[in-house]
Design a protein around this ligand. Sequence first.
Ligand SMILES: [Zn+2]
Length: 303
Amino acid sequence: MSQSVHILTFDIEDWFHVLEHRDTASEGDWCRFESRVERNTDRILECLDEANVRATFFCLGWIARTHPQVVKAISAAGHEIGSHSDRHLLVNQMTQRQFMDDLRTSIASLEDLTGHQVRAFRSPGFSISRQSIWAFSVLAENGVEWDSSVFASSHSHSREPALDITGPVTLEWRGMRLKQFPVVPGCVLGRRISFSGGGYFRLLPYGLIRHLMSKSDYAMTYFHPRDFDPDQPLIPNLPLHRVFRSYVGLKSALAKFRALLGHFHFIDISEANKLLDWDALPKLQLDGTSLSIPNGRKICLPA
Ligand SMILES: [Zn+2]
């Protein structure tokens, strides 16, 4: 990579869209909670406007239908709209058919609203794992060209990431192709540290985040509207360790985010796609029912 590629992305969902929690799991419950996604997204758009930066926004199809003004405002400001699924369900807990239906509903809702093709996707909770690697086929078959569902480190919602990679790769199989833009940890004193979004960004001191970002030729950020909202209510019955992870650092996150925008040049996925030298980056070939990866191992795929 001849120049640093630092990508700015957001997952557009509301503060109550936490995963694997019974009290907020079903769509029927969501209308009981105060909606904060519009004001929190407006705050992000103001920051990006001030910094003159374009980003990729992975939006829930549900948000497009229930808060169309939010997605319209993002698109009207010139940002790229991707899909964050329709109803924020973990891919590794769905069947292939359920995932396909959810994805298609999401893409239709977003494209109807903005008039632009959805080319990018990120799964809720980075939940495309080894067992749900078929999701890459479903994405490519439905017009998605760029996926950012791989969290290249151990992670609470996908203990076994689909791919063991440290940067962008092209996946190729049966005439299909998908470019993968993973979230990768930084490295300090030989330790891999996630830093580029969500709770990690809120928890770590800004000096360390800046150091890790400056050492990374490639970095994928991931923020949520709720990351910058210190006044959001407490999610009912959330276990204590998850309260910590969800609410730590909310007060200082916006100032850290503004500082980050001032220190680094960020681009959206579409721009990164043009900048990256894909011929020089790894190509992972899907061979029949398995995926060959550079270290010689193979990942078997369900039939
Ligand atoms: Zn999400």
